[in-house]
Design a protein. Sequence first.
Length: 271
Amino acid sequence: MQAWVDGHSADSLALHNRGLAYGDGLFETIAVIAGRPSLLEYHLDRLALGCQRLAIEADHALIRDELCRYAALLGNGVLKLILTRGDSQRGYAAAAGAIPRRILQGNPAPAYPIEHAEQGVRLFACRTRLAEQPLLAGLKHLNRLEQVLARAEWQGAEYAEGLMLDVSGRVIEGVYSNLFLVRNNALLTADLSRCGVAGVMRAALLEAAAGEGVAVSVTDLSMADLEQADEVFVCNSVYGIWPVRSFASLNWSPGPLTRKLQAIARTLLDA
């Protein structure tokens, strides 16, 4: 499907756009089902937080309208929104009055093996560590070089995801997913106040689990926590939940809480 730039069909962008020059912007990757953008409110909330943090003055009503119109045309697939600070002169300083640029791209939904969801996946132990930067922590900003380096560490289909730690050795997330542990029927996920991406499926699952009466903890996670987990799964806003069946010498089976949340994730994506 033809991309849109600022609401119009386009296939190019100015070379002096700050998103290209400095990664100065944000993005959202949104599942589209039957013409509707899934988890839209969560995506828009995270985008608004990112704009506030980066001081990008975007027209959020306009963005919502364009997302919905583009999704209706796409039908089914994955919609990517890129929001940059705009065009500027050379140098880090942004030009006064720079107008944010909105880019929408549509692609077919990825054809992940059904075994990922049914039987679980293996995690690769990434050597690339996440740097700590509280100002950017949690945001879906355009600079994803850490993830690019981590994803380049393995090839082939043996591993569906990689596990990333921060520079202090804390367990943070997958390369393109968030990580959850289940221990004693409680749900644990990493504190993302120093680094990592606060996924919208992560946010929706935390809310849903609490509503189901499940004890939830957002905290620092160590390798010892991973070793003591009864169940492990990864999630994102496109595929929902994949149970984790192995990491290094550790092995798990998809457990009851993982399966329960997996069903909730499917409902959230279809809503």
